[in-house]
Design a protein around this ligand. Sequence first.
Ligand code: OSB
Ligand code: MG
Length: 370
Amino acid sequence: MTLTKISGIELRRIAMPLVAPFRTSFGIETSRDVLLVRVVTPDGEGWAECAAMSEPRYCSEYVDGAQDVLRRFLVPALPKDGVDAAAVGRALEPFTGHRMAKSALESAVLDAQLRATGESFGSYLGAARDRVPCGVSVGIMDSVPELLDAVERYVAEGYVRIKLKIEPGWDIEPVRAVRERFGDELLLQVDANAAYTLVDAQHLAKLDQFGLLLIEQPLANDDLVQHAQLARLLRTPICLDESIESAAHAAAAISLGACSVINVKPARVGGYLEARRIHDVARAHGVPVWCGGMLETGIGRAANVALAALPGFTLPGDTSGSHRYFATDITEPFVLADGHLDVPTGPGLGTEPLPDVLDAVTTSKEWISL
Ligand code: OSB
Ligand code: MG
């Protein structure tokens, strides 16, 4: 179904304090400054969340920049009538980059479109199950005992897989400590967020002894060839996150041997349609994928959980429960049951912001008429 037209777009910023600081090799987050997109049409509205962070460290996008490119270029380029998510994707194609901004706009239209027909994201994307197993991404800590306490709490909450953030100086010893404390059965992986170079290959090979599921993005974002070289020096499978911005990148990485697993983040690749194409390419090559996260609120999380239910998502994702991030989510919270989250079944995202909570965290609102 196509929407009659888009009447206007609301760009809303909210301030969401994190329950605990989240430290990665690229910085420390204590609060998420989130851009929400609401598309208004005569057939109803749709919501999405822009994953861009406050500073351009994980990737080149940042939240003020995303709002600017939406306002200045992307929203004005939307089709005038007969709008659906695929048409939005085509209309935004002439603009290079800005995939997180594009993803938010396309996803809001997809939510409106699916709400209008009563279909869920999961059904539309091709979900093969009604709940997904959940992993959790554990930040860099000040000490190993502090890390072990954090992991212990997450394991007790039921998380089925632990991902440790690593960087030079916080890698072999914390991984060894977690492996020794929680045993060989724990599904364990690491994420370097591009903190190493190929010179560190021998050092990273010391992780091989711990039976990790994978090492995520050890080298720089644009180091596909070096990742392929590193893959020949490690037994731990290489998973790419930052390097994969499109299905074309995924195809290139797979044929180069740069990765044997892919972290699919819809925001990083420009939206759920491109994310599904990556899933399809990877699946055709027997490459497992899993759903990453960007510390999303319930709005972004709902769509990610739907995507994570596709058949090629054979590894647990970073689809954690709302309370891993926020004391109060802007939607009904996602709560783990037996280490899983249910895939929403209602129309569109199957969830929406709670008006009172949303208003309480809103820092600005901008309306763009079409
Ligand atoms: O590299 O996967 C990453 C969070 C923000 C930016 C990048 C990453 C992450 C995470 C946490 O690892 C994922 C999540 O729980 O949402
Ligand atoms: Mg990552």
